[in-house]
Design a protein around this ligand. Structure first.
Ligand code: NAD
Ligand code: MG
Length: 328
């Protein structure tokens, strides 16, 4: 075979390698030789209809059907957050747990906060952080209590020897079809958990945050496209967007970045313990272009990206993950 013929043949092979995966990916995941593994987001996870289910607040991820994926078996780190010191509120389950697993596997020591009733979920997360070879600190307590928020930061700083990554992720969501059904105590719990707590926690944390630190808030697609049954919750998530945009301006000159993540429908305990109507739960995420609910694991890399030094010019931004809906 002449050199020209050999190169021509090679060209065909390369073209086949490049084209083949994208064709095959239309129907299934592809893993061949040294080719990257392509995952089709449409059939990567369970689709609606989901089984109806109800748990008392705050709910446990371990009792959900199907079990959510927080990246326990899949998230692979590559040292992106080596030596970082993180606090994640609501780190026991859902989106916060996915961030906790990813942070630990990227090399961060991680403190998690959660409600005492969630100890069972929290224990699993602590074990996963330790398995990753990092320090895990569990600090149960109610963040609607201002004094506890101050204690939370004091304990985190003393146990981790500092703090440079604060994730205000805990949230309360209670579905009500009419404003007339929203009692003051529910309204209060929503505002206290979703607005006051990040305010108190951030104030207590700020004196400890060095230049290069990162603050991340979990907001929601509800901030931009509020559902009729989440009147109070949606307002708090819009407030979380304003928290990010304002604080980023205030803290930019100190070298501290502030960003937010805006999830769409994600399969977590929040939704099965009063956060959603049962008929909406059955078809959760079914109307999105990806035709299903997201899984917490699918948001982990966004939390890592926003925390990473590599995102040093990103502040005041909201990163969306809503299966094709949402605004930011
Ligand atoms: P989740 O129930 O797994 O996590 C919420 C956590 O908040 C709980 O685990 C709990 O530890 C914590 N929490 C609630 N009240 C608290 C209190 N008073 N004191 C201390 N901790 C408290 O559900 P999730 O969906 O992972 O929620 C995480 C964040 O994501 C929330 O801010 C929520 O608003 C937001 N979010 C969720 C979705 C979704 O579809 N699941 C969509 C958009 C935004
Ligand atoms: Mg929980």
């Amino acid at each position: 075979m002449s050199r020209r013929q050999a190169l021509k043949g090679l060209g065909t092979t390369v073209a086949t390698l490049v084209v083949a995966p994208s064709i095959a990916a239309e129907t299934k995941n592809v893993s061949e030789g040294n080719n990257p593994v392509l995952e089709n987001p449409l059939d990567k996870y369970p689709k609606p209809p989901y089984p109806k289910q109800k748990q008392p607040h705050p709910g446990l991820a371990s009792k959900m059907d199907p079990l959510p994926d927080h990246g326990e078996k899949t998230y692979k780190g590559s040292g992106r957050l080596l030596g970082r010191k993180a606090l994640i509120t609501g780190g026991d389950s859902g989106i916060g747990r996915a961030a906790a697993i990813a942070y630990a596997r990227e090399g961060a020591d991680v403190a998690i906060n959660y409600l005492p009733a969630e100890e069972e979920d929290a224990k699993e997360v602590v074990a996963l952080i330790k398995e990753a070879g990092r320090k895990a600190v569990a600090i149960p307590g109610d963040i609607t209590d201002k004094d506890f928020c101050v204690t939370l930061i004091e304990k985190t700083v003393s146990e981790l020897g500092g703090l440079d990554l604060l994730v205000n992720n805990a949230g309360y969501q209670k579905s009500n079809l009419s404003i007339l059904d929203i009692h003051d105590d529910t309204f209060d719990a929503t505002i206290k958990t979703n607005i006051y707590a990040p305010f108190w926690i951030t104030k207590a944390a700020l004196p400890h945050l060095p230049a290069g630190a990162s603050i991340i808030a979990t907001t929601s697609v509800q901030a931009y496209d509020p559902s009729e049954n989440l009147f109070d919750y949606a307002q708090t998530k819009a407030a979380n967007v304003a928290y990010v945009k304002s604080l980023a301006k205030q803290l930019g000159p100190k070298g501290i970045r502030v960003n937010g993540v805006a999830p769409g429908p994600v399969w977590t305990a929040l939704q099965v313990c009063g956060g959603q109507e049962q008929d909406k739960l059955e078809n959760f995420g079914g109307d999105s272009p990806l035709q299903r609910a997201g899984q917490p694991a699918e948001l982990a890399s966004i939390f890592v990206q926003l925390a990473d030094n590599g995102a040093s010019f990103s502040t005041g931004q909201i990163y969306g993950a809503a299966g094709g809906g949402g605004h930011p």
